[in-house]
Design a protein around this ligand. Structure first.
Ligand SMILES: NC(=O)C1=CN([C@@H]2O[C@H](COP(=O)(O)OP(=O)(O)OC[C@H]3O[C@@H](n4cnc5c(N)ncnc54)[C@H](OP(=O)(O)O)[C@@H]3O)[C@@H](O)[C@H]2O)C=CC1
Ligand SMILES: CC(=O)[C@@H](O)[C@H](O)COP(=O)(O)O
Ligand SMILES: [Mn+2]
Length: 399
């Protein structure tokens, strides 16, 4: 049977890798819909290559560019807007949804895919951080199959027993070992971080990724978001997730069992592996990834995370413990701060300051509805923007 796949965020790093894997298996998968925000040139190429039934843009200007770039009789229908993203995620003809929009913008369509019982390939960790309990309940209510694509969580998924039912004790699991590369500034002293540039921050040592997640890796917020992601996915608490800095990113994460066994997944730092795993699980398909050569890897190193120099990891832990709307606030403040850093409005070190100060101004509320979560997200963005303005390194010109 050919499975029908929607790729949310098709023009991004994960989206492109997903289409690469899908193109290797035309007999198994057909592309139903692809979506983009700004990269109309890449979307046009993808439409011409895959002829999906739908392509979705976030605004009319983008849609007009794409229509103009296609032959007049091209069969792909171009749709626009947030509701269209939801429609292609929950469409009855869709079997699989790759959730690879970056940030909070991914929440609604990813939730729609969960509620409508799809095989949900979750790369968009921010949606789970924002709405963890609601999202996991939607997966259960909708009868969806949730497969983690984030490399660490995919590794943990592969290292847990196949019948893992959300209880460490029943499966003999002692704790999870979540690996972190340490990012481009691993080992740097705090004073040196003040002046780092966006170009330095997005230069991840091992993985080629989008700009936002690359900055998150550099601040260790990525590991913080992943800690929360692991707690929701595997039904555990932060004390049961130990972060281990492993600069080579060859071990993608591990599970420590009570009998002393440690089960891990290793591989090349290439997202086509977890993507192929999610697409075909429990089968295994070709992903275009070279075999791991342990002789050329030769050495694997491990060290603790430097949570003093990189406070975002501890902030994420605090957000999970505070619960309710606090993880959504952490995420929203981080998105605003990272955007401001990438626009060279604030220093790298101001990212954690903005997140911490936004969290301090928020009294967590219950996050039992989408409205409550979206309201907290909006409030946090307002606070974070004010904090960004206070820290702005862009000086008014003096005449
Ligand atoms: N890259 C990686 O290796 C990994 C990524 N992830 C997660 O996967 C997700 C995607 O990451 P990545 O592929 O690196 O990100 P990219 O920035 O490369 O791609 C993001 C995608 O989302 C689209 N997009 C951006 N803003 C909006 C919006 N407001 N509405 C709709 N679509 C939008 C972009 O469109 P356009 O390009 O057209 O503007 C693009 O297709 C993130 O949540 C990230 O944390 C997790 C693990 C690894
Ligand atoms: C590929 C992937 O899953 C990223 O989230 C990666 O883990 C980032 O690396 P670090 O956050 O460990 O630097
Ligand atoms: Mn990851």
């Amino acid at each position: 049977m050919t499975l029908s796949v929607t790729v949310l965020g098709a023009t991004g790093s994960i989206g492109v890798s997903t289409l690469d894997v899908l193109a290797r298996h035309p007999e198994r998968y057909r592309v139903f819909a692809i979506t983009a925000a700004r990269n109309t040139a890449r979307l046009i190429e993808q439409i011409l290559m895959f002829s999906p039934r739908f392509a979705v843009l976030i605004d009319e200007a983008g849609a007009a560019e794409v229509r103009a770039g296609l032959p007049a009789d091209h069969p792909t229908q171009i749709l626009v807007g947030e509701q269209a993203l939801v429609e292609v995620a929950e469409h009855p003809d869709v079997d699989v949804v790759m959730a690879a929009i970056v940030g909070a913008a991914g929440l609604l369509p990813t939730l729609a895919a969960a509620r409508s019982g799809k095989r949900v390939l979750l790369a968009n960790k921010e949606s789970l951080v924002m709405a963890g309990p609601l999202f996991m309940q939607s997966v259960r209510d909708g009868g969806a199959t949730l497969l983690p694509i984030d490399s660490e969580h995919n590794a943990i998924f592969q290292s847990l027993p196949a019948n893992y039912a959300g209880n460490f004790a029943d499966s003999g699991v002692r704790h999870l070992l979540l690996t972190a590369s340490g990012g481009p500034f691993r080992g740097w002293p705090a004073e040196k971080l003040q002046a780092v540039t966006p170009a330095q921050a997005v230069a991840h040592p091992n993985w080629a990724m989008g700009r936002k997640i690359s900055v998150d890796s550099a601040t260790l917020m990525n590991k913080g978001l992943e800690l929360i992601e692991a707690c929701f996915l595997f039904n555990c608490v932060p004390d049961q997730v130990k972060v281990v800095v492993h600069p080579q990113s060859v071990i993608h994460s591990l599970v420590q069992y009570r009998d002393g066994s440690v089960v891990a997944e290793l591989g090349q730092p290439d997202m086509r592996t977890p993507i192929a795993c999610g697409l075909s699980w429990p089968e295994r398909i070709e992903a275009g990834v070279a075999d791991l050569d342990l002789f050329s890897v030769a050495t694997l190193n491990f060290e603790p995370a430097d949570e003093q120099t990189f406070p975002c990891l501890a902030l994420a832990r605090q957000a999970f413990v505070a619960g309710g709307t606090m993880p959504a606030v952490l995420n929203a403040a981080n998105e605003i701060a990272v955007e401001a850093f990438l626009a060279e409005q604030i220093a790298f070190t101001a990212i954690s300051e903005v997140v911490a100060a936004t969290m301090q101004q928020h009294e967590p509320r219950t996050a039992d509805s989408l409205d409550a979560i979206l309201q907290a997200d909006r409030e946090a963005r307002v606070i974070a923007r004010t904090l960004v303005a206070e820290r702005s390194t862009i000086k008014e010109s003096i005449n």
